[in-house]
Design a protein around this ligand. Structure first.
Ligand code: ATP
Ligand code: MG
Length: 395
C-alpha cells in the first residue's frame, strides 16, 4: 500500500507522566529527521500516538525502512485517515480490500475519543458484517489471516491493515550524552546501539596506532560503523585520536604485562576530556565480563580507577554469541570482521596481567608524564565528518 500517512505508537514514553510532552516532541523530531529527504514530514500529536504526514504517498516498504530504526517507536502502520462516521469508514475499508480472497479476517477498533457515539465493539460488528456481505470471507477472532485496524481519534479516524514493529526504547536525545569508546571490533557498536536505544546521544571516539602501523584501515572501519549506524541516531562525525606515540612511551616505562591496562587508562582520560568538551556525562565501552584479560573485575576496576565519570557497560552480562547475534541484526557485524588492526594489537605483549594490582598500576604511572601524554593526544584529536554519501567499505 502507498500512503502519505503513518500512525506511530510509542513505547515507554506512555509511562512518562508529566514529562510525556517532552518525550513526544523528541520522538517527533527524530521521526522528522529520519524522513527529511522524503519530507518535510509533519508530525501531529494525537492522544497516546503520533500521526505522521508526508507531502506525497510513499510505498509501505519505505515507511518500514525508515521507522524501523527510530528508537521510541513500539509499532507503526501506514494508515488512511478518514472522517469519523461509520458510513465513510465502511466505504473506505471496502474500497481497500485485498484483491485476492483471504481465508479469514477480523476488525479491531479502538476509541481514544470516548464521546464517539458508537462503541468499539459496535464498530467492529458493523464493518465486519459489511466486509462479509461483500466478499463472503470468514471471520476469525482468535487467529485472523487479515486484520482491519480502526482508531477513532478526536478529530479523525485512522484505518490500517498491518502493524510493523519499531525498535522500542526512548527517542535519542532524551537521556543526555555519552562518550563511546569505539574500536573496530564487534562489541562496541552493539554497546552504542543499546545506549542510543535508551535515549542517549553518542559521541564516538576511536583510538588508533597512528603514526605507526596501518592506522588508516582502523580509522576507515570506525568511520564505516558510524556511517552505518546513522539511521539509529549516530552523529555525522567521530573523534579520531592517534595514540601510537603514547603507546611507545608506555612500552619504554612499563612492564609488558601492565601495558594494556595503561593504554586503557590513557584512553579513558582522553575520552573523558573529549566527552566533557561535548557536554557528555558518562563513558560507554563494549566490555563484557570475563571475555578477555582486560575484562576481569580486577582489570575493569584498574581501568575505571582512572575515570572521573561513570563508565557504562551495556554488554557486561551478554555472552559473545549473543553480542554477535545483535551485531548481525544491527548490520555492523560485516564491517567489524573486516581486516583492520586493533590499536592494542600494536605493541601488544604476549603476556597480559589478568589481575592487575592498583598499587603497581599507580607506581608505574608515576614514572610516566600522564598529564602531558593526555594533552599531547588531545592536541592531535580530530573531529572528522562522516558523510552519508561516502561509500561504505566493501562488505
Ligand atoms: P570490541 O569488539 O568492541 O573491540 P573487544 O571484545 O575486542 O571489544 P577489547 O579490545 O578488550 O574488547 O575492548 C574493550 C572495549 O574497550 C571496547 O569495547 C571499546 O569500548 C574499548 N576500546 C578498545 N579498543 C579501542 C580503540 N581502539 N578505540 C576506542 N575504544 C576502544
Ligand atoms: Mg577490541
Amino acid at each position: 500500500m502507498e500512503s502519505r500517512y503513518a500512525v506511530v505508537h510509542y513505547a515507554e514514553i506512555g509511562l512518562k507522566g508529566r514529562n510525556r510532552g517532552f518525550f513526544e516532541r523528541a520522538l517527533a523530531r527524530r521521526i522528522e529527521e529520519r524522513l527529511q529527504d522524503i519530507g518535510p514530514a509533519l508530525v501531529a500529536r494525537l492522544p497516546g500516538r503520533l500521526l505522521v504526514q508526508l507531502p506525497r504517498p510513499v510505498p509501505e516498504a519505505l515507511w518500514v525502512e525508515r521507522l524501523r530504526t527510530v528508537f521510541g517507536i513500539a509499532y507503526f502502520a501506514p494508515a488512511i485517515p478518514t472522517s469519523k462516521d461509520l458510513h465513510t469508514l465502511t466505504e473506505v475499508i471496502l474500497h481497500h480490500l485485498p484483491s485476492e480472497p483471504i481465508p479469514s479476517f477480523r476488525v479491531r477498533a479502538s476509541r481514544t475519543d470516548k464521546s464517539f457515539p458508537v462503541t468499539s465493539q459496535e464498530i467492529e460488528r458493523h464493518i465486519g458484517a459489511a466486509i462479509q456481505r461483500q466478499t463472503g470471507w470468514r471471520v476469525n477472532l482468535s487467529e485472523p489471516a487479515w486484520v482491519v485496524y480502526i482508531e477513532i481519534a478526536p478529530k479523525t479516524a485512522l484505518v490500517y491493515f498491518a502493524r510493523h514493529q519499531g525498535p522500542g526504547g526512548l527517542p535519542v536525545g532524551v537521556s543526555g550524552r555519552v562518550g563511546l569508546l569505539l574500536s573496530g571490533g564487534i562489541d562496541s557498536p552493539v554497546a552504542a546501539y543499546f545506549m542510543l536505544k535508551r535515549g542517549c546521544e553518542v559521541i564516538p571516539i576511536h583510538f588508533h596506532s597512528g603514526p605507526f602501523g596501518d592506522w588508516a584501515a582502523s580509522e576507515a572501519k570506525a568511520m564505516a560503523i558510524v556511517r552505518w549506524m546513522r539511521p539509529y541516531g549516530m552523529p555525522p562525525w567521530l573523534y579520531v585520536v592517534p595514540i601510537g606515540e603514547l603507546q611507545r612511551a608506555i612500552v619504554l616505562a612499563a612492564p609488558a604485562s601492565y601495558r594494556l591496562i595503561l593504554y586503557r587508562r590513557l584512553m579513558v582520560r582522553i575520552a573523558e576530556a573529549l566527552t566533557r568538551r561535548e557536554n557528555g556525562k558518562a563513558l560507554v565501552t563494549g566490555d563484557s565480563l570475563g571475555q578477555v584479560a582486560s575484562q576481569t573485575l580486577e582489570s575493569l576496576s584498574a581501568i575505571e580507577d582512572a575515570a572521573t565519570m561513570p563508565i557504562l557497560r551495556p554488554l557486561i552480562g551478554l555472552d559473545k554469541v549473543e553480542i554477535i547475534d545483535w551485531a548481525r541484526r544491527i548490520g555492523t557485524y560485516g564491517i567489524s570482521i573486516l581486516p583492520g588492526e586493533d590499536c592494542c594489537q600494536f605493541l601488544m605483549p604476549p603476556l597480559v596481567v589478568t589481575r592487575p594490582s592498583l598499587e603497581t598500576t599507580h607506581k608505574i604511572e608515576r614514572r610516566l608524564q600522564i598529564e602531558e601524554l593526555v594533552q599531547q593526544a588531545l592536541a592531535q584529536a580530530l573531529r572528522i565528518p562522516v558523510s552519508d554519501q561516502a561509500p561504505v567499505l566493501a562488505l
